[in-house]
Design a protein around this ligand. Sequence first.
Ligand code: PAF
Length: 280
Amino acid sequence: MIRTVEALDALRAQVAQWKREGLRIGFVPTMGNLHAGHFSLVELARRHADRIVASVFVNPTQFGPDEDFARYPRTPEQDARGLDDAGCDLLWLPAVETMYPYGASNAVQMRVPGITDVLDGAHRPGHFDGVVTVVSRLFNQVQPDVAVFGRKDYQQVAVVRYFVRDLAFPVELVVGETRREADGLAMSSRNQYLDPDQRARAPELHRTLLAMRDAALSGADAVRVEAEAAARLQSAGFDVDYAVVRRRDLSEGGGIVAGGQVALVAARLGRTRLIDNLEF
Ligand code: PAF
């Protein structure tokens, strides 16, 4: 049966006891309102660790002033039930005051250079500073041996990998595949913001990624692939932040590149911003 913990000393005592028993701790950080995509990350964590901690914390420092922090769905009881079914042992549910004892606006800030200047970092200024600020705290609190992140947040994985290496956090990173609805739409808590008309258009994001992959693999140059993808999304009613082909380290590189490429899109339907990606 899952245990829900809201106090840091209780979390630390439980993790310390597991470590004394020689157990390996797996960690799945989330912002809650969990769906099958999150539960698959818990199941993946179980393959790499003996005890699993998941956190649910809607992190104020990674939302911009005009973003959806206030309306982000908060469903902790439902999350605890789903985590229990997925085989999670402990739900870490800190309050904002526990995460940020001096308040979110007086928190020690972290920033990863370079890689956060592009794509979502460029379109959501400060977003990755908030992600790194909270994930480093979560790692200090939970002290996991292994942490699992979803590939849907492709740039986030790269940013976390960077700071884990740079600050020598003793945490192994594992990346879980994106879970999709039957029509290809990547699972996301934000999908529920979509009205029926927007929901019907949303799978075009995944279809566009497939078309980008096919065009790039058949030799079309990246500039043309990206322009066609943006036009396709616009004609389906999206406001496009970016539709790009990159090397897997997110640097620019045309043509077929050794080590593979990734197509990434971010686009808005009304006020809802969706992201997705596809490696090839
Ligand atoms: O991917 C998310 O849900 C969040 O960015 C994370 C990693 C839980 C940090 O708040």
